[in-house]
Ligand binder design. Structure first.
Ligand code: G4P
Length: 533
């Protein structure tokens, strides 16, 4: 037991949220470098290989040269066992990216210092905020011209609604970037752009008391500006409070440059100290303590066809409590079946490592004979609780799906419902008809291609997609109380229903959502659909 507690407490499981090109991959690579990275080569989609991903899990990956799947990287640093959940962010942004956040205990938010808060960061942040997980901000690319520091912090606070507390403070940016001031230690870490990619930099540490040395290194002008900014900050900034950080109400902010390896290790060290080990997770019987002996997990992602030769599906689960070992019997709560998880593995980008044991906080991928659904709970035999379900996230792209050959109706319905069950797409119907008119919603447009490709290659069904103009979907929270027939929306609003006959509304823009809410005072809309338990 002591061992289990120790193992679990040294785990830090997190996701990196950012907009494409903010530097997530570069930062991850630097983390791995400090960890003496197992598997460094090829484990992160390094820039050189990013457009030619190594995976052969799906034909489409090869064709597009991107990774449709997300994975986890595990490495050790300073006696911590770190799990970084990969959150695909480029064209492969999908509902899985959101679901991955349900398996994280905290998040690192990477922001490009010249751009500030961008669209994808905003979306991913919302999901983290819903879960109240701690968020740590790394403002990257300080070696390029950056926006004013106060403006950046202000934007994070206003746009995302989270208080900020800078742990260090940048001195200049771009060609004039001199380093960062460490507020706790009252010293300056100087920047030098000579150690790209290497571990040891030539950072000098200068105490603020050592005025002469400071002037020599950063110059009078930068020193004066720093002092002015620090005075302003004392009056304006939030005080550091670890409880608020852990409640997700305050984000510690760090400045650096992932590419030149500046400020990354300091960030990692602070992050590991401040972020928490796996926390208790909500189940229908109350919270489940991760530090018990009893293994439990939930499925947060299902990946089909990772190996085309075997047509297999892999269910990714996050271990929530206890220890898993490959010889144990487990119970799949939703089916009531007892079983051994087959081929438990940790998926490292292109490589699969067979696992013999894993602990709360870890992610394992197991072979799925078509039994698991997203949100399912796995426990020890004899237990009978269910973890809180994973919400359905709002798709942003919609299309009407038509079969080319209407004779293949059965395969079509089978294929499309199967793919929806895996969670790659969501399917809806016209409000007043059945499955003859299908509307598909996806988070990332690539999923349309995945759908088309998979229906063709696995079910031999050819489809045509007719894109619809809607970008926003809302679940009606108080459905039974609302008289849908008389709901007065805007002229471009569309009523649809999901496969469980739950009503939903599609909108072209946010303005329409506002108008509809104005016109129907009792209506309650939600951006998240309720997950299955
Ligand atoms: P992502 O995973 O968030 O999409 O971003 P990624 O790390 O791939 O970085 C996007 C681009 O930004 C890359 O340049 C990368 O080198 C650059 N970058 C990352 N961190 C920094 C930084 O701290 N400073 C500067 N100046 N650039 C940074 P690229 O031109 O797209 O690729 P490459 O050809 O340079 O590798």
């Amino acid at each position: 037991m002591a061992d289990i507690t120790k193992e679990i407490n040294r785990r830090r499981t997190f996701a990196i949220i950012s907009h494409p090109d903010a530097g997530k991959t570069t930062l991850t690579e630097k983390f791995l470098l400090y960890g003496g990275a197992i598997n460094l080569a090829g484990s992160v989609k390094g820039k050189a290989t990013a457009r030619h991903a190594v995976s052969d899990w799906m034909e489409i990956e090869k064709e597009r040269g991107i990774s449709v799947t997300s994975s986890v990287l595990q490495f050790e640093y300073d006696n911590y066992c770190i799990n970084i959940l990969d959150t695909p962010g480029h064209q492969d942004f999908s509902e899985d990216t959101y679901r991955t956040l349900m398996a994280a205990d905290s998040a690192v938010m990477v922001i490009d210092a010249s751009k500030g808060v961008e669209a994808q960061t905003r979306k991913l942040f919302k999901v983290c905020a819903m879960r109240h997980i701690p968020i740590f901000t790394f403002i990257n690319k300080m070696d390029r011209d950056a926006r004013d520091t106060f403006d950046l912090l202000d934007e994070v606070e206003k746009e995302l609604g989270i208080a900020t507390c800078p742990v260090n403070w940048p001195i200049g940016s771009g060609k004039g970037f001199k380093g960062v001031y460490d507020r706790e230690k009252n010293e300056v870490l100087t920047f030098s752009d000579t150690e790209k990619g290497t571990r040891e930099g030539h950072t000098e540490i200068i105490s603020m008391e050592d005025e002469q040395k400071l002037t020599d290194f950063i110059g009078d002008a930068a020193k004066e500006k720093l002092q002015e900014e620090l005075e302003l900050l004392e009056g304006a900034g939030a005080e550091f409070d670890l409880d608020e950080v852990r409640a997700g109400d305050l984000t510690p902010v760090f400045f650096g440059s992932a590419l030149t390896n500046f400020g990354v290790e300091v960030f990692l060290q602070h992050f590991l100290e401040m972020a928490m080990p796996p926390r208790p997770r909500k189940a229908d019987t109350g919270e489940i303590d991760p530090l018990t002996n009893d293994f439990s997990a939930f499925v947060f992602k299902i990946q089909a066809n990772m190996n085309k030769a075997h047509r297999d599906r892999v269910a990714f689960m996050r271990i929530c409590s206890g220890k898993y070992d490959a010889t144990m019997n487990v119970k799949h709560i939703q089916s009531g079946r007892e079983m051994r998880l087959s081929q438990p593995q940790q998926i490292m980008a292109d490589e699969r490592k067979i696992l013999t044991e894993a602990y709360a906080g870890d992610i394992i991928g197991v072979f799925d004979p078509g039994l698991f659904s997203i949100g399912d709970t796995i426990t020890l035999p004899g237990k009978n609780f269910r973890y809180e379900g994973i919400p359905t996230f709002a798709p942003e792209h919609f299309a009407r799906v038509r079969q080319v050959d209407t004779m293949k109706r059965k395969q079509f319905v089978k294929g499309i419902t199967q793919i929806a069950q895996e969670g790659a797409i969501q399917i809806f119907q016209e409000f007043n008809t059945g499955l003859e008119e299908i509307i598909v919603g996806v988070v990332g447009v690539l999923q349309f291609e995945v759908l088309q490709y998979r229906l063709q290659s696995e079910y031999n069904v050819e489809i045509k997609l007719e894109k619809l103009p809607y970008e926003y979907i809302r679940w009606i929270e108080n459905g039974p109380e609302i008289d849908l027939a008389h709901l007065t929306g805007t002229s471009d609003m569309k009523k649809i229903k999901d496969l469980k006959d739950q009503p939903l509304l599609l909108f072209v823009n946010e303005w329409s959502i506002g108008m509809t809410l104005d016109r129907n005072k009792d209506l309650k809309l939600s951006e998240f659909g309720r997950g299955n338990m």
